[in-house]
Ligand binder design. Structure first.
Ligand SMILES: [Fe+2]
Length: 453
């Protein structure tokens, strides 16, 4: 698949093989035991991810386009359906870790069974709607690749032996980030949503115009060093920075640092961070990750700034490049995914700053002031709605087993999870603003300042 994410029909076999192989590559370094554990209700076992994405192709592609297809096991719809009521009853999500069977060998056979049928189907990729539906399934699988990494990180983090997903971490200091500056935007009407020919999920359409007031977005993500300053200033102990709900969570759960940070038992004034490469000292130059919306909001208030709105973020991100935190075919040889120190800012768009006071003074001098909070959108669940639309557009009646309702959306997701890795051929519009803990975040967060809107 090209970077835009839309595969031409003739490229589908290769695109399909590539995405499916990446999933298997990510799972290949995990034992059967690793792939079975579920460490919390929001985490799914690796082998469940492998089977669920396969179930998607079996149900929504082969079930529609291959009249001769025979399901590998009819019971799999019950255990590998995720949320979709209209497909039928499903195994409770918090109990996915109880599925000792089927084991990973049988799930490998399941994947091979579906792959063989898909390979045959893709010999005729020009059937109406097929290319779009398969492309959707591939993006769905890439979403789950991110989830696989996010989830196994939590699984391994719960083991007091601190096992690494990929040992031999790059544990040293990265490149010191530049001083934070600002990327200023003059405001006015901007177009939001997916543009162009590439793939996009339903919630990225249609493009529409929003009105922005003047704002400035930090030209680099917040670093672990920035966060240490927040902690040293008792950021987790000062209610004036926190939303009331967030403050309640801080106290109820005893938060004093980002998820996966722990005090070095030999040097209690130092912090360690659990990563996919194991436990290592916090690198102050790296972007901070695994912070919740509440924490991000509190940090932003501590700096005298606010979080960017979705429209502000998308406007800047669409012109700010894709960064370097993406899964590639060499994911297992170039080191475990983790946010890296940022690249230098683009000279034409960045304005140098020099610390918190200067930043605040600059914003005040420009007449800008902090405001508002951003709202997070949820994307998981979109693949099924999109599948229904594609089948409809292809002139196929909606089959009874396709869902009538979308899964319920949570208005605010404060789960403390992230992978630091996204899939390369997801478009920029699929990237969510990074600070809230809403699934797989490609990097850490930035602060913004702007006129109240
Ligand atoms: Fe899914």
């Amino acid at each position: 698949m090209e970077k835009s994410g839309q595969a031409a029909p003739s490229d589908l076999p290769e695109a399909y093989a590539g995405v499916r192989a990446t999933t298997e590559r990510l799972a290949s370094v995990l034992s059967a035991e690793d792939q079975t554990v579920q460490s919390m209700p929001d985490v799914s076992p690796t082998k469940w991810h492998r089977a669920h994405v396969t179930w998607f192709f079996e149900t929504f592609v082969l079930g529609e386009y291959d009249g001769d297809y025979t399901a590998f096991d009819d019971a799999y719809t019950y255990i590998f359906n995720s949320y979709y009521e209209a497909v039928g009853a499903r195994h409770p999500r918090p109990e996915r870790g109880l599925l000792s069977r089927p084991g990973i060998a049988e799930i490998a056979r399941y994947r091979s069974h579906v792959d063989a049928a898909m390979d045959a189907l893709l010999l005729e990729p020009d059937q109406p709607g097929l290319a779009e539906l398969v492309t959707l399934g591939l993006h769905h699988e890439q979403q789950h690749q991110e989830l696989l990494l996010m989830d196994i990180k939590h699984v391994l983090s719960r083991n007091p032996l601190h096992p690494a997903y990929l040992p031999g971490a790059p544990g040293g200091r990265g490149t010191a980030p530049p001083k934070a500056g600002w990327m200023e935007h003059a405001g006015g009407p901007v177009e939001i949503g997916h543009r162009g020919e590439g793939f996009g999920f339903d919630n990225e359409f249609p493009t529409h115009t929003v009105q922005l007031t003047p704002f400035a977005l930090a030209d680099r993500p917040v670093t672990c060093g920035d966060w240490l300053s927040f902690m040293e200033d008792d950021g987790y102990g000062r209610p004036e920075f926190w939303l009331s709900d967030g403050w309640a969570v801080v106290n109820a759960q005893g938060w004093e640092s980002p998820l996966y940070w722990s005090r070095d038992p030999d040097h209690p004034d130092r912090w360690l961070q659990f990563t996919l490469s194991g436990l290592r000292p916090v690198d102050p130059d790296e972007p901070v990750c695994h912070v919740s919306y509440y924490e991000a909001d509190a940090f932003a208030h501590w700096t005298g700034m606010r979080l960017p709105t979705e429209s502000e973020w998308e406007t800047i991100a669409a012109s700010d490049g894709d960064g370097d935190n993406f899964l590639t075919d060499d994911v297992l040889t170039r080191g475990a995914p983790h946010p890296r120190p940022p690249s230098p800012p683009t000279p034409s768009s960045a304005t140098p700053g020099s610390g918190r006071r200067a930043r605040t003074a600059r914003i005040r001098a420009s007449g800008l002031r902090r405001c508002g909070r951003r709202v997070q959108r949820q994307v998981h669940g979109e693949p099924v709605r999109a599948a229904r639309r594609l089948l409809r557009d292809a002139g196929r009646p909606r089959p009874d087993h396709l869902p009538q309702l979308l899964p319920a959306r949570r208005p605010l997701d404060v789960r403390r999870g992230a992978t630091g890795a996204g899939s390369l051929n997801h478009g920029v519009h699929h990237r969510r603003p990074p600070l809230p803990r809403g699934g797989a975040e490609p990097d850490a967060g930035r602060c913004a300042a702007g006129a109240a809107g």
